[in-house]
Design a binder for this molecule. Structure first.
Ligand code: ADE
Length: 253
């Protein structure tokens, strides 16, 4: 029996979704507004996969297209992020409980971080779905399971030994974090934030406004400091494709 509901799956860059696109059966490709959308099946589940490009505007227009053109009823965003909280290590996975746009500031008209005219600062993900995903990712991250998918050499290159899954707040904004100062400033102003990226909270706002359930899953590629650009680039080239593909296979199948 095929499932008639369609799930939209987004990453920001090709390396975050190419592994998933390669798994699709019966793929139909369509270009809309400078993006390529890949419609197909993962098992019995119809999905549309796309990379949004980087940043909040790119993410917002892409998720809106999934909702309006493809009528998807659920959204999964999968990708990488920079670790902010001291508990977070490269190779860990953060499943968002909620998301905030750390670069929104209409003060003194509205409190810092609040989205004007919406009166909201934090956008919740689908909590039941997210909890389900946390326990599935926990099994994937067991060292004996993970090493079936990623070689021990690759894992040790990034010092990934006992990766963990976390559930908490993700912050998004239009900046790549590559200095300790950026990291400290965010940590001091929003201490609950676990990691930083550039799309999730925009996806969250659009899904909230369209009343559509969504989840955001981020693997930590770097520590959002002076080594971030080096770590980010090697992580997305060597590891994130595998994490993305294995996580999505587990969620959908
Ligand atoms: N995504 C992955 N690493 C990041 C960083 N350091 N800053 C912003 N977004 C990221």
């Amino acid at each position: 029996m095929q499932n008639s509901e369609i799930i939209g799956i987004l990453g920001a860059i090709p390396q975050e979704v190419n592994g998933i696109i390669n798994l699709l059966k019966g793929t139909i490709e369509k270009k809309i507004g400078n993006r390529t959308y890949y419609e197909g099946y993962l098992g019995n589940q119809k999905v549309v996969v796309v990379y949004s490009r980087i940043g909040k505007v790119a993410a917002a227009v892409t998720v809106s297209t999934l909702l309006l053109e493809y009528k998807v009823s659920k959204i999964i965003f999968i990708g990488v992020a920079g670790g902010i909280h001291s508990d977070i290590k490269i190779g860990d996975v953060v499943v968002a409980s909620n998301l905030v746009q750390y670069d929104m500031d209409a003060s003194p008209l509205r409190p810092k971080y609040e989205i004007p005219l919406l009166g909201k600062t934090y956008f919740n993900t689908d909590q039941d779905w997210s909890h389900e995903i946390v326990s599935k990712i926990n099994s994937l991250l067991q060292p004996e399971t993970l090493s079936q998918h990623i070689s021990k050499d690759e894992l040790s290159k990034f010092e990934i030994t006992a990766p963990k899954v976390h559930f908490g707040t993700i912050a998004s904004g239009d900046q790549f974090f590559s200095t300790q100062n950026q990291k400290d400033t965010l940590h001091n102003s929003l201490p609950e934030v676990l990691c930083v990226e550039m799309e999730g909270a925009a996806i969250a706002q659009v899904c909230y406004e369209f009343n559509t359930p969504f989840i955001v899953i981020r693997t930590i590629s770097d520590n959002a400091n002076q080594e971030a650009s080096f770590s980010f680039q090697s992580f997305v080239e060597e590891i994130s494709l595998t994490y993305g593909k294995e996580i999505i296979k587990m969620i959908i199948e």
